[in-house]
Design a protein around this ligand. Structure first.
Ligand code: ATP
Ligand code: MG
Length: 254
């Protein structure tokens, strides 16, 4: 039976200013409701890939289809942005209104929802990310972790079909990470999560892709990739502590 993929990259490449290829030869498919981690060292191309999927960065080679729609056609960008939510690596890129409430309400209002529906959605989303008490706070005066929670809310409130999350656990305290973990495990969306938080990957993602120097190195079960010490070392990463402990139990002293 044919699968209708939510994300389909075929030989996709991005080469800004005709210089070096930031990404090249990327083949990737994501089926509905898959939760996929995007791994790789700094500068590997993770953020660039997420930005290509929503048309922020252009496609210079190959093709990308998101939700069945060709991203390279400008006329499709508006519909893609309705079905795809991107949580930026920097929360300051996501928060631009006077208050947290206004920031979270901005997207639903753009969708033309009634003020009653907007209010209900904003309040339940702020509650879900632990920010109900901060609705009237000035977004730019929040702490880093609070900004992260607010930026998550601005996207979750839209209930997009596909969620792209760029370093979503940065600045979150342990309770915040557990909250995000629960939200993502419960949510019906297809998820692509760029992150260096490998313990989080083990808990949330079934699958991972590994990028390095703009190339897709491997694509497979997250636990298998993360436990491959040689692969991880070759690409500037480390096997997460919980998997190391499993393979190298602490000596009991016998
Ligand atoms: N418009 C651009 N012009 C030139 N170089 C760019 C452009 N956009 C991205 N790059 C380069 O592409 C590389 C990949 O950047 P990207 O932000 O995608 O990496 P990343 O994997 O997200 O890294 P990090 O883990 O640090 O967030 C970097 O070397 C960056 O400088
Ligand atoms: Mg990045």
């Amino acid at each position: 039976m044919a699968v209708n993929f939510d994300i389909e990259c075929t030989n996709a490449g991005y080469q800004p200013h005709h210089g070096h290829w930031v990404l090249r030869g990327i083949h990737l498919t994501a089926a509905p409701r898959e939760r996929i981690a995007v791994l790789g060292p700094n500068g590997a191309g993770k953020t660039s890939l997420l930005h290509m999927l929503v048309g922020i960065k252009p496609i210079h080679e190959g093709q990308i289809r998101v939700g069945g729609v060709d991203v390279s056609q400008d006329s499709h960008i508006a519909s893609i942005r309705q079905s795809v939510g991107l949580i930026f690596q920097e929360p300051d890129d996501q928060l631009f209104c006077a208050t947290v409430y206004e920031d979270v309400a901005f997207g639903p209002r753009q969708m033309g929802l009634s003020e009653t529906v907007v209010d209900a959605r904003v309040r339940s989303t702020l509650d879900a990310v632990g920010m109900a008490d901060q609705a009237c706070s000035v977004s730019h005066h929040l702490s880093s972790g609070q900004k992260r929670r607010a930026s998550l809310a601005t996207v979750l409130v839209m209930q997009p079909k596909i969620l792209l999350l760029d370093e979503p656990t940065n600045d979150l305290d342990p309770r915040g990470r557990r909250m995000l973990e629960r939200i993502l495990l419960d949510c019906p969306q297809t998820l692509l999560i760029a992150t260096h938080d490998l313990e989080f990957v083990l808990r949330v993602c079934q699958r991972a892709i590994l990028l390095d120097q703009g190339r897709l190195i491997t694509d497979g079960p997250a636990s298998q990739i993360l436990s491959d010490a040689r692969l991880m070392d070759e690409h500037g990463l480390e096997v997460p502590g919980s998997l190391r402990e499993r393979h190298w139990p602490v000596s009991s002293g016998e």
